[in-house]
Design a protein around this ligand. Sequence first.
Ligand code: 13P
Length: 251
Amino acid sequence: MKSIVVANWKMNPPTFREAKKLFDATKKAAERCRDISLIIAPPAIYLHELSANYKGKRISFAVQNAHSEESGAQTGEISIAQARDAGAGYVLVGHSERRAVGETNDDTRKKVAAALSLKMTPVLCIGETSRSSSGEHFSIIAEQLLAGIRDVPPAKISKVIIAYEPVWAIGGETTMSPRDMHTMAIFIRKTVVGVYGDVGHKVTILYGASVGEQNATAMMRDGDVRGFIVGHVSTNAERFTALLQALKKES
Ligand code: 13P
């Protein structure tokens, strides 16, 4: 099974010219990695031009956010249908940086269901903002997870990607340990199986928070994940290339 790497460019780079340069470098790196499915989530304003000019098969596109309604009076929003029309096959839902500006569990429920109904793949992002020894983060994760998949019929649960992003580890150089990720992956799968039965085992789990060339291989080997969602390293062509190369050696 191919591993999955999502490049979440967030609000970078500042110009289309630079985005094109980053895309070209990323494309080159992706072409050398047959066993990795690469999904690029550029700022939405760059999406159509990048996807329309890409003729290869190795890269897919995602939007970093989209509205669950198909159209209407929603100033400043982009619908999932519009994202699909612009070339996206994936939608990030409930990223912690969206939750921080007001996205709720109920919004994620609607977006996940809307994405699936338009045959797009939702990447449901879940993660606690902090951890204490009480283990409270497990109930936060269960709540975010169960809310996000609540309207997903059993036949479609295997199409949902769950991206676990511990918010406290985003943006730095320290990841959570692969051992802790393994525990979390078991918890996530158990929670999904608790609702859906055995088919829940098919859910895809990614890890995301400070993933780089220095820590990705250990996480891939021992973290029980299918791949990663990568933030700041994905906008550094040299480091992202090194990351893909490291994963290639691992697979
Ligand atoms: P960093 O890789 O910059 O920690 O960001 C993680 C993230 O938020 C990916 O969606």
